[in-house]
Design a protein around this ligand. Structure first.
Ligand code: NDP
Ligand code: 2IT
Length: 458
C-alpha cells in the first residue's frame, strides 16, 4: 500500500505526479484527487512502466478532453443584474458520453470541477454501464433565492450549456444545490432553445417528463447496499449499529432511510450550520419536511422533537463528529473529515466509514482509517448508485419506457453488489486487504486505460 510519494518506486509515476503539481498548482482539490488515484496505481504501472510511458497514458488521463467556462448573467428580483461563472468539464468519454452532475454552490471553482470530473470517470467505469466522466456547475448560491431567481439563473445557464450537451454527447444531472427543481428549469430551457424533446439529455428529471423511479433514492440507497456488502464480507452487520450522517440533502436523507430499513439507528444528521442529535433515532419525516419541502435549516428539527439536541458548528471540527457512533456516513461535501477528525472518530470506536459525498475524507484521513482497521467504503464505489441509476434513466428514455420502482431498485442493488465484488477481486489480486480505495481505483483504471488504449492516441 502506498501512502506517500517517497514510497513510490515507479519513476514514471513520480514524474507524472510532479507534473500535475507544477501544472495545476492553483488547484488543490484536483491535485488531491489525482494524487490519491495515481499513488494507488503503483502496482499496475510498475508492471508495465514502459508501455504506459510510451503512450503517455497517465498524462492523457489527467488532462480533461475539454473545459468550458462561461458567463451566466441574470436579473434578480430587485431588477439588478447578477453575473456568475458556469463550467462544464468534459473529462473523459472513452467509455461513453460524458456523464456527471452539476453543482451550484458559492465555493465552485475550476479545481473543484476538475476533481469531481476526474473522480466521475472512475466511478462511472465501476458501474459497468457505458458512461464517461464529466462535471459542471456554477458559483451561484441557490440559498435564499426565490424560485423565480433560480429559474432565471437556470435559463441563462442553459442558454450556453445547451451548445455543448446532448443525449449522446454529455448528460448532466444534479449534485449539491441542484435537485428536481433546477433540473426541471434546465430541461425546460433546453427543450425550448433546441426545439427537440431529447429526454435523455439530463437525468434526475421529474417523473412526469422522463425521470426514473428510484433515482431520487439511488445514491443513499446504493451507499447502504455497498456498506452492507462490505460489512458482511468482514463478518459484521448493519443491524443495531449507531449511525451518524453528515449533511441532510439528497444523499444523506436516503442513506438515512435505507440505514433505518436495514435495522440501524441513525442518531445524528447535519447541515453546514450544525447538527441535531436524537438518541431515540432521527425521525426522517421531519427532516424531509424541513429540507425537501420548506428548504429550511436542520435546527428546525427541535420544533418537531424538543427533546433532541442541536449543536452549532464553530471553526473547529464539525460538531456531528463529536458524537460516538459505529458507522459514519459523510454525505455533505469534500474534505469534511481531516486527519484530526479521523483520529477523533477512531478514538470514539468507529468501525466503518461510508463516503456518500465525493472525497469527504482527506488523503491523510483515509490512510489513518485503513491503518487502524476501520472499513472505508470509497466514494467512487460507494456513491456510484446515483450515476448508475441516471444511466438506467437514460436507458428508459431511449426505450421510451418507464420501469417500476422495484425493477430500478433491484438493478441498482445488483450494480452495487457487483461494484463491491470488483473491489474485493482487485484487493485479492493486488494483496490490498481492506484498502478498498486502492482496489476501486485500480479496478476502474484497468477498464478506462484499456478503452483508451484501444481507441488510439486521442
Ligand atoms: P444537496 O445539495 O442535496 O445537500 C448537500 C448537503 O451537504 C446539505 O445538507 C448541505 O448543507 C451540506 N453541505 C454542502 N456543502 C457544505 C459545506 N461546504 N459545508 C458543510 N456542509 C455542506 O447535495 P447532495 O446530497 O446531492 O450531495 C451531497 C454530496 O454527495 C456531494 O459531495 C455530492 O457531490 C455527492 N454525491 C451526490 C450524488 C447525487 O446523486 N446527488 C451522487 C454521488 C455523490 P447546507 O444546506 O447547509 O449547505
Ligand atoms: O457525483 C455524482 O455521481 C453525481 N452527482 C450524480 C451524477 C449523475 O450523473 O447522476
Amino acid at each position: 500500500m502506498n501512502t506517500c510519494m517517497n514510497e513510490v518506486k515507479s519513476e514514471y509515476l513520480k514524474e507524472v505526479i510532479e507534473k500535475i503539481k507544477n501544472k495545476n498548482s492553483f488547484e488543490p482539490e484536483f491535485i488531491q484527487a489525482a494524487e490519491e488515484v495515481l499513488l494507488s496505481l503503483e502496482p499496475v504501472i510498475a508492471a508495465n512502466e514502459e508501455e504506459y510511458r510510451d503512450s503517455a497514458l497517465l498524462e492523457r488521463l489527467i488532462e480533461p478532453e475539454r473545459i468550458i467556462s462561461f458567463r451566466v448573467p441574470w436579473v434578480d428580483d430587485n431588477g439588478k443584474v447578477q453575473v456568475n461563472r458556469g463550467y462544464r468539464v468534459q473529462f473523459n468519454a472513452s467509455i461513453g458520453p460524458y456523464k456527471g452532475g452539476l453543482r451550484f454552490h458559492p465555493t465552485v471553482n475550476q479545481s473543484i470541477m476538475k476533481f469531481l470530473g476526474f473522480e466521475q470517470i472512475f466511478k462511472n467505469a465501476l458501474t459497468g454501464l457505458p458512461i464517461g466522466g464529466g462535471k459542471g456547475g456554477s458559483d451561484f448560491d441557490p440559498k435564499g433565492k426565490s424560485d423565480l431567481e433560480v429559474m432565471k439563473f437556470c435559463q441563462s445557464f442553459m442558454n450556453e450549456l445547451q451548445k455543448h450537451i446532448g443525449q449522446d454527447t454529455d448528460v448532466p444531472a444534479g449534485d449539491i444545490g441542484v435537485g428536481a427543481r433546477e433540473i426541471g428549469y434546465l430541461f425546460g430551457q433546453f427543450r425550448k432553445v433546441r426545439n427537440t424533446y431529447e429526454a435523455g439529455v439530463l437525468t434526475g428529471k421529474g417523473l412526469e417528463y422522463g425521470g426514473s423511479l428510484a433515482r431520487k433514492e439511488a445514491t443513499g440507497y446504493g451507499l447502504m447496499y455497498f456498506m452492507r456488502e462490505m460489512l458482511n464480507a468482514n463478518n459484521l452487520s448493519i443491524e443495531g449499529k449507531r449511525v451518524i450522517i453528515s449533511g441532510s440533502g439528497n444523499v444523506a436523507i436516503y442513506a438515512c432511510e435505507k440505514a433505518s430499513q436495514m435495522g440501524a439507528k441513525v442518531i445524528a444528521m447535519s447541515d453546514s450550520n450544525g447538527c441535531i442529535y436524537d438518541e431515540n433515532g432521527i425521525n426522517l419525516d421531519y427532516i424531509k419536511e424541513i429540507k425537501e419541502v420548506k428548504r429550511g435549516r436542520i435546527k428546525e428539527y427541535l420544533n418537531y422533537v424538543p427533546s433532541a439536541k442541536y449543536m452549532e458548528n464553530d471553526y473547529g471540527m464539525p460538531k456531528i463528529y463529536t458524537i460516538p457512533a459505529d458507522i459514519v456516513l459523510p454525505c455533505a461535501t469534500q474534505n469534511d473529515i481531516n486527519l484530526d477528525t479521523a483520529k477523533y472518530l477512531v478514538n470514539n470506536g468507529v468501525i466503518a466509514i461510508g463516503e456518500g459525498a465525493n472525497m469527504p475524507c482527506s488523503n491523510e484521513a483515509v490512510q489513518y482509517f485503513i491503518q487502524n482497521n476501520v472499513l472505508l467504503a470509497p466514494g467512487k464505489a460507494a456513491n456510484a448508485g446515483g450515476v448508475a441509476t441516471s444511466a438506467l434513466e437514460m436507458s428508459q428514455n431511449s426505450l421510451r419506457d418507464s420501469w417500476d420502482f422495484d425493477t430500478v431498485d433491484s438493478r441498482l442493488e445488483k450494480i452495487m453488489i457487483n461494484i463491491f465484488k470488483q473491489c474485493q477481486a482487485a484487493s485479492k489480486t493486488y494483496n490490498l486487504g481492506i484498502n478498498y480505495i486502492s482496489a476501486a481505483n485500480i479496478s476502474a483504471f484497468l477498464k478506462i486505460s484499456n478503452a483508451m488504449k484501444a481507441q488510439g492516441v486521442i
